[in-house]
Design a protein around this ligand. Sequence first.
Ligand SMILES: [Zn+2]
Length: 364
Amino acid sequence: MPRRRLDPPPPFCPNPSCTSHHDPEGWRYKKKGFFSRTRGPRHVQRYICQRCGRNFSTQTFSPTYWLKRPDLLRRVFWGSLSCSGLRQIARETGVSHLTIQRLLERLGRHCLLLHEALRPRAAPSEALVLDGFRTFEAGQYWPFDLNLLVGESHFVYGFNDAELRRSGTQTEGQRAKRARLEAAYGRPDPQATRRAVEELVGRFVPEGAFAEIRSDEHRAYPLALRNLTGRRIRHLTTSSKASRTTKNPLFPVNLADLLLRHGSANHKRETIAFSKRRQGALYRAAIWVVWRNYMKPRSERRRDAPPGVEIGVINERLSLSEVLGKRLFPWRASLSRWLERCYFGRIPTRRMTRLRRHVLAYAV
Ligand SMILES: [Zn+2]
């Protein structure tokens, strides 16, 4: 009879309200048979927690937990980075576009936690470049900035969102439509960029630390940085009209913008694959950040190490199997308020009144 492979022991109780979830010291569990699946691993060991009585299995600790098509997770990961829209990936994989959307959301949540677990905790040892990557949700009348904070090493420290009012040259008709939409759905907060930048920089520059922040001449940035008390911040600005060469002090963020637009279907100009919800764009951005920081060489031509190796947070580039190696639980990480809202899908889209939050009890 063929021997079953030995499963690693479960590391902690997956139930967030069980004391053994956070502190598995002295934790006791019992094996409780097996179940069979049509996809690999076909034979799954089940367990029961002796403290809270929750049933779980080895699959509980895999990012493919509860998936009928675990094989799709890898394909959706690469599809989201290869300029494919949801329906394009769906056609290629033979499933519904809603399945692809849910898998992208799961990958986004996983990548948010993975980056949070790997990123440096101490004050950045390099200059940081800040910029707002302009895109839109739900239609051209609802632009928003994906604020990016990138190091000189090209390591993307983090991002967040700031809702904007449609600006630029508009016809009489467009202006009237904007007024109609704003009357129906409300007007974005004029302070959104200042608040978002304050949150973003505050997340990565701890109190008492020094940081050099480079940016363009956006008027909200100095106000945001001034509000960050307890930190010493040197703010250097460069005109956004300066040529965008490698010599430009903003080069790391200019390159990040370029790569993000190059690989993401939702950020192409004049696309119909734009994100219908800001939350969707943020999940996709999290996937892109993990790929950029931990998987992609800094230079495609030299095939060198990714930025994460350069700043010493990982020893060598991660493969997709390593990235998707184990499931991460949000309750075991200390998430900032914005990250928690983003993880649980609570970033609203003004145009859509119903918020599709992440509230699943098990498949978190
Ligand atoms: Zn338990």
